[in-house]
Design a protein around this ligand. Structure first.
Ligand code: DX5
Ligand code: ZN
Length: 222
């Protein structure tokens, strides 16, 4: 199974929260397919962001696109339930934040969402072994989680290639998402290494014209 179709998933962590609905609309109109929704609890990572009610507000506002919820929280199970109820499409979490990752993954699927695991830059891909066959997506962090606007960690490129080979050998439709420091000047290399789902926060929201950036991204990966 080769790569899935390319997806651009802007992270709203870098959006203007005073105008979040409009920001999400604008970035989708600019060509993004998904919205990456960073949930931080100031416990698992040293920052605090948004909860299930914001996810529900976007759904009530009329956003129908895929909401890619990234849980940087511990524990995870209660928030999995709340985000599934709030309209999440996929839910990814860090396995080290769950007492029973298998149970947490089953909970995501049982609630009708697509399950994924997140691997930090300093964690081995081996952590995926017991679970990978049942995943919808693996999210590789190319920064240490907690903040937008950090620099891409280049050593992660080899990790992307290794995971791409693992997924291809499994011959399973598993998305390979990259998250952290994705920019116009590195997205080609990231794509060549084997990613098919690209999170970008500051690269998109810190620029005036969202469409320019997203169009440039697509020209560099398609
Ligand atoms: C970091 C988050 C990332 C971050 C990406 O903990 O998981 O999604 O918002 O932001 P940039 O693209 O600015 O690195
Ligand atoms: Zn994220």
């Amino acid at each position: 199974m080769a790569k899935q179709n390319n997806i651009i998933a802007p992270s709203i962590l870098s959006a203007d929260f005073a105008n979040l609905g409009k920001e999400v609309e604008n970035v989708l109109e600019a060509g993004a397919e998904w919205i990456h929704f960073d949930v931080m609890d100031n416990h698992f990572v040293p920052n605090l962001t948004i909860g299930p009610m914001v996810c529900k507000s976007l759904r009530d506002y009329g956003i129908e696109n895929h909401l890619d919820v990234h849980l940087m929280v511990e524990p995870v199970d209660d928030l999995i339930k709340m985000f599934a109820d709030a309209g999440a499409s996929s839910i990814t979490f860090h396995p080290e934040a769950s007492k029973d990752p298998e149970k947490s993954l089953s909970l995501i699927s049982d609630l009708g969402c697509k399950p994924g695991l997140v691997v930090n830059p300093d964690i081995s891909l081996d952590v995926l072994n017991p679970y990978i066959e049942d995943l919808y997506m693996v999210l590789l962090m190319s920064v240490f989680p907690g903040f937008g606007g950090q620099a891409f960690i280049p050593e992660v490129l080899d990790k992307i290639s290794e995971l791409r080979k693992t997924i291809d050998d499994l011959n399973k439709k598993i998305r390979l998402e990259i998250d952290g420091g994705v920019k116009v000047d590195n997205i080609s290399k990231i794509s060549e290494s084997g990613a098919d789902t690209f999170v970008a926060g500051s690269a998109i929201f810190n620029e005036e014209n969202y469409k320019d950036t997203i169009t440039k991204f697509k020209s560099l990966i398609d």
